[in-house]
Write a protein that binds this ligand. Sequence first.
Ligand SMILES: [Zn+2]
Ligand SMILES: [Zn+2]
Length: 313
Amino acid sequence: MSRQITGAVIEELNAPFKLETLEVDDQPKAHEVLVHIVASGICHSDEAVRNGSAGEYPYPGVVGHEGAGIVEKVGDQVTTVKEGDHVILSYDYDGTCRHCLTGHPSSCVNWAKLNMEGVCPDGSVAFTREDGSPIHNFFNQSSFTTETLVQERNVTVIDKTIDLRKVGPLGCGFVTGSGTVFNGLNPKEGTTIAIVGTGAVGSAALMAAKIKAAQRLFALIFMTHVWKWPRNLVQRIRLIVSTKIGSTRSTKSQMARVSTLPSIQPVFQLLCIKPLLPLLPAATWPQSQLPRRHWNSCHGMRLPLCKSTLTVS
Ligand SMILES: [Zn+2]
Ligand SMILES: [Zn+2]
């Protein structure tokens, strides 16, 4: 038996998101959980699937991988979550490989297969149209839906007093930013860190750096993809928020004098999502010292992040 839901479908490469009525199994299989999605973050990776920069994807499909919601039903083998629990959704992993068994599920040897191939772990398709044609999933999650079927491994139970509208990015952006600082940069006390971009990843990195007692934190606000009229407002809000959560100096990237940072601290660390790197004003960054590409699988998602320790003489 199936139930009707609404999902934001990407029909083909570069097609817009389009709301459609879809069908999903109403009865979860043994290890599955049916979740009513209350809210979802929007990650760069979702747009990267739509425009093809994330690599091959079996369109049509529904993306979204920062879901937060309420459990409606669970399969008969599910033990860690029950009907009515509030949950956040993250990526899938097999739980049995050498990386999973040593506490590194983001490095699972089956990570790409389970999260990027658009089908459930048993090879079935999560959603169908009313005519029976298949619609693929993403991260075994597809949070751009009203209800979705995921594995027990995809969900983490959270306290019911927490506002579900605010915690979706814990499934990707927040673990990516914080994991990169805690496990990747692992800054020593007193380190100076410049963080480019203050979305979910950058904000989490900022908070993690403050927890690690980094002494000077620079948040550079980058908003090139926002339409002109709200841009100034969003920039202003981000400047205020980044200062509130730990930045010792926040500035718009267009006004940043990154080259002046070494004069304050001869060695500093940079954290930047790779797509933002070419947008930094060229004059502010010596080409020979461009940070190398780094795949962050420290704790969170496999986003192409750049991290580097620069020494400027
Ligand atoms: Zn993401
Ligand atoms: Zn694994």
